[in-house]
Design a protein around this ligand. Structure first.
Ligand SMILES: [Zn+2]
Length: 292
């Protein structure tokens, strides 16, 4: 933990909802570089090989993710933890490899035991977040990967592919091969570092297919790289009470009595990050007034 972590409010759930990139007066100019909570992701064109390489150290995103789980009192099994953590890293690389106005959500649906791993992120706000679901998980005959990609330019694109095995890198490679225009490979670079290699048309296929982790680590020495873009992503959901109340009103209707079901206050969880909000009659009535 860095010293900065101790300065945060202990009950800040979900983390930093109010400090998004479009936060107005407090926003730093782009030239100021990434904020302390941001993970820089660099994308390079590998000249002579016709491929794009991206890598990042996800330490800060993982740190904020674990802080969020701790605040919520969520305990994951080692396998759930690994699947969720790597999904966050690979989703971030995937976002950074694509147009800068897209948002993406992945749900990995496993049968034995029933488990959903959900991660989502947005390149405009530069955020990623995720959680696991173990209760009321519907399963199919095979393990499935559901993806949604959307942007202001394009309607939401949905795809579903079968999951084989539980190695997240291979799972996302399978998804990429079946859903995207070009194939991609992912690499565990050690520590919290992950890399991605996207094949362009006319890629040096033999090189692309045979590159190993050591070769990926040495890319900057062995190959001629040209920086395409530098982006930054951080761990945050961006939810607030009104967003969560919208989900509640959509599900239960606009009757505070029905929403409260005889209780003075109810606990509402954000479906994206699991963040907990408490709301009573006043809060619900205010929301209904402001959102006619
Ligand atoms: Zn949330």
């Amino acid at each position: 933990m860095s010293p900065a972590d101790e300065e945060r409010e202990p009950d800040e759930v979900p983390a930093r909802g109010g400090s998004e990139r479009d936060g107005g007066a407090g926003s730093e100019p782009a030239a100021a570089g990434p904020r302390p909570d941001e993970v820089p992701v660099e994308a390079y064109f590998v000249r002579g090989r016709n491929a794009m390489a991206l890598w990042a150290d996800f330490g800060r995103i993982f740190e904020d993710h674990y802080l969020h789980l701790m605040q919520l009192g969520v305990r994951l099994t080692a396998e759930q933890d690994e699947l969720l953590k790597e999904s966050l890293a690979l989703l971030t690389l995937f976002l950074a490899s694509r147009p800068n106005d897209e948002s993406v959500a992945w749900t990995l649906n496993f049968r034995e035991p029933p488990l959903n791993v959900f991660v989502t992120g947005d390149s405009v706000r530069g955020n990623v977040v995720g959680r696991v679901f173990t209760e009321d998980v519907k399963t199919a005959e095979t393990d499935l990967f559901f993806a949604q990609v959307s942007s202001p330019r394009n309607p939401m694109r949905r795809s579903t592919v079968e999951i084989r095995g539980r190695d997240m890198l291979r799972v996302v490679e399978d998804y990429h091969r079946q859903s995207e225009q070009f194939p991609a490979r992912f690499f565990r670079l050690g520590g919290d570092r992950y890399g991605m290699l996207v094949a362009h048309p006319d890629v040096d296929r033999a090189w692309y297919e045979s590159l190993d982790v050591e070769g990926f680590r040495r890319l900057a020495e062995d190959e001629e790289l040209r920086l395409i873009e530098r982006r930054a992503y951080h761990y945050a959901c961006g939810c607030d009470l009104d967003l969560v109340l919208k989900v509640v009103v959509d599900a239960y209707g606009r009757d505070p009595e029905r929403i409260l079901a005889g209780q003075e206050r109810i606990e509402v969880r954000c479906p994206r990050c699991g963040g907990v909000f408490h709301v009573g009659r006043e809060g619900i009535e205010r929301y209904l007034r402001e959102n006619p």
